[in-house]
Write a protein that binds this ligand. Sequence first.
Ligand SMILES: Cc1ncc(COP(=O)(O)O)c(C=O)c1O
Length: 495
Amino acid sequence: MNIIQEQTRTSEIAITQERMPLFDALVKYAKKNITPFDVPGHKMGAQSNPLKNVLGEMTMKMDVNSMKELDLLSHPESVIKEAQQLAANAFGADHAFFLVNGTTSGILAMILATCKPDDVLIVPRNCHKSIMNGLILSGAKPVFIEPEVDVHFGISHGVSVKNVEKTLLAYPEAKAILVTYPTYFGSMNDLRTICKLAHDRDITVIVDSAHGAHLAFTPGQIDPISAGADIVTMSMHKTGGSLTQSSILLLNEGRISAKTMQKTLNMLQTTSANYLLMSSLDAARRELALYGYDRFKALKPIVEKTIHDIEENTCFEVLKNDYVNQLCKQSYDWTKLVIRVNDCGLTGFEVYTLLKEKYQIQMELAEGYVVMAVITTADTENSLKKLVWALSDIDRVYGGKTPIYSTSVTPTHANKLLISPRDAHYAEHELVPVDMAIGKISADLLMIYPPGIPLVIPGELISEEVIQQYHYYSQTFGNVLSESDLKNHITVVKE
Ligand SMILES: Cc1ncc(COP(=O)(O)O)c(C=O)c1O
């Protein structure tokens, strides 16, 4: 494409992306003088309800059910269909589907659409819990790939291309591979190469991009659709600017059809999809498509200065692209600030609590060594200066103690999957003391923090080594999280 053609195309996109068919139709409807005899029963806020005083009349009027002029999420034909098509165009995919139960529902749908019972699904071991639930619902058999563990920051990154290639060679019968891109902590592996390796073997690539809705509009970053993924789900509500719970599933047709995807989503989504959520997707898509790139471009030097100022004024260290690249050949999403605090004798949990209680700063998460801030185009020089100031104060007042290091080892996961997670879920269970669990099949999901990787999943054999690591992590700086209510007990499959 020459420059003139490119400019014409860009201005055509700008004109189209101005539109918000769903949002506009909803506002128009809310402004009509309608007498509702349909649900929801608050009848556009007419019912006495304390919510209205806080949310305002217009919000209540916009909380309506589907009807002809507002289309239907399960069978879109008009304004939802147009809004989804605009989203697909903005993200460069063939199709987009609006989700009203977050990326969690998109992940379940991606797995159910690609895997039948007993099909092999390749997944990163440090995947989100919804993927474990997708394995239970679908009956697919997981083959895990270990993520790259970062002992210095006490977190895990994405899976390496080398390990993906090895696994694809070992399991040529795999139906799909799921990639987390970016990871919660912001690392991004070479997804282009992973897509090529999988597609060469006709294996579908599905991407959990819960934390990557902004990537397509962020200078210098590669988004999962451009990288060649078949299906991608991204939490627009996390970094794309829409309301909490609203996500988008993107599909590039070929391996999975739009019809299959719609049918699968209809099994999982409510028949009363929330219009505030859906219209917020329409509005957020417009903002990203029209202004996202420029806003992120303007934000980048502010983030760079923030990193510089944190490291200049404290003994904290911030995770950076060069570091991640050198450690495990992955790139790093600069909109995440992972701040390592343990060198001054504080845990991430302590800094997280101090930031909240003393400085009214809410971080995204804390781990043993780190706290993490998510940066979006809502942030400004001022909000980031406040963070730098608070961190400097914490370092000055509370820091300067003996550094905290875990002697934690990297877990080895040579666990045997004896039955599928689905069979383990539906089997009869019993709760046993940890040491009595050796030799039994787990019905529990045990997670180890740091670095946030499952120690054992439902269906796996609980070996002696698993229990040794359980004790090791519980007794050292680490943490073991289990799903059972009783401490030092594991739920196992009853023999
Ligand atoms: C990696 C990852 N995947 C999926 C999800 C689920 O996303 P949602 O909250 O939109 O359902 C999360 C949520 O935090 C996540 O961290």
